[in-house]
Design a protein around this ligand. Structure first.
Ligand code: ZN
Length: 277
């Protein structure tokens, strides 16, 4: 699933192309992605509505409209969000979930081959309760090491699982949890409340560093993820451990281990570099 850096990349690509534009004739082709909104209400609300702001929250793209509504899209593993400045070709029309002409010639498209994505339409009250349920943004300037440590106090959950818990911290999924723990030299199975202040400070620094570097590389494309202009990301070439089980550790040469025992997901780590104190 696209994590914070991938969704941030999509948002940065869409933002200049969508802000201030009016949706003309929005159409929904696959209503099964909708959550808690009917196709009729979605389309009636969005038609002739102006997009005032394009932002990201956690792993979701958030379009705020003049009416005060927000269309929230979680693209999922196979979802792409794109703006075309020309008519779509027949292959580009395949798997289209949602499409709208914009004022001018452009077309805004959400395409999703396996339809693992989700779309919500929230009013002000719905938005406030949605965003209140999600943890802080790890790249927010005020999210310092003290704020980070506070999110992990009092849980015996494995630190990797805690990192990926969206109520604790927004936007980190399996790829960047694996990478940040390796870079910080922390055993992913270690209970979060057993981490000392130095380990927590290291993890805070490495979470922010790896997310920042991945944004600079426009995200990680392992299969289907594309940027908001349809290109592949570049961070797959900079991964240290994720997807590299059985290969040598880039730091010490020990063979990297993969386990599914921590949270059911693939966790790849170096037992020598990530032993911890
Ligand atoms: Zn190592």
């Amino acid at each position: 699933m696209p994590e914070l850096p991938e969704v941030e990349t999509i948002v940065r690509d869409l933002e200049p192309r969508l802000t201030g534009r009016i949706l003309r004739a929005p159409r929904l082709f696959k209503p099964d992605v909708l959550r808690r909104v009917s196709p009729r209400r979605l389309l009636a609300t969005l038609a002739r509505n102006r997009i005032e702001q394009v932002t990201r929250r956690a792993k979701h793209v958030v379009l705020r409209f003049k009416s005060g509504h927000r269309m929230v899209v979680q693209p999922g593993m196979t979802g792409n969000l794109l703006v075309y400045d020309r008519p779509l070709t027949a292959p580009e029309r395949r798997y289209v979930v949602f499409l709208s002409k914009l004022d001018g010639k452009a077309t805004f498209v959400y395409r999703d081959v396996r339809r693992l994505g989700r779309v919500w339409l929230l009013d002000e009250a719905g938005w406030r309760s949605y965003t209140a349920r999600i943890g802080p943004e790890p790249l927010a300037p005020e999210f310092d090491a003290v704020a980070f440590a506070a999110r992990f106090r009092g849980t015996r959950q494995a630190v990797k699982k805690a990192l990926m818990d969206q109520q604790r911290l927004a936007g980190v999924g399996n790829i960047y949890a694996n990478e940040a723990l390796f870079r910080a030299g922390i055993d992913p199975s270690r209970p979060a409340n057993r981490l000392g202040p130095v380990a927590l400070a290291n993890l805070h620094r490495e979470v922010r560093a790896v997310l920042g570097e991945a944004i600079a590389a426009q995200g990680t494309t392992l299969r289907d993820y594309r940027t908001g202009t349809g290109r592949r990301g570049g961070f797959q070439f900079a991964l240290h451990v994720y997807g590299r089980g059985g290969q040598p550790c880039p730091r010490c040469g020990t063979i990297l281990q993969t386990t599914h025992l921590i949270d059911g997901r693939a966790t790849t780590f170096c037992w020598r570099c990530q032993r911890g104190p």
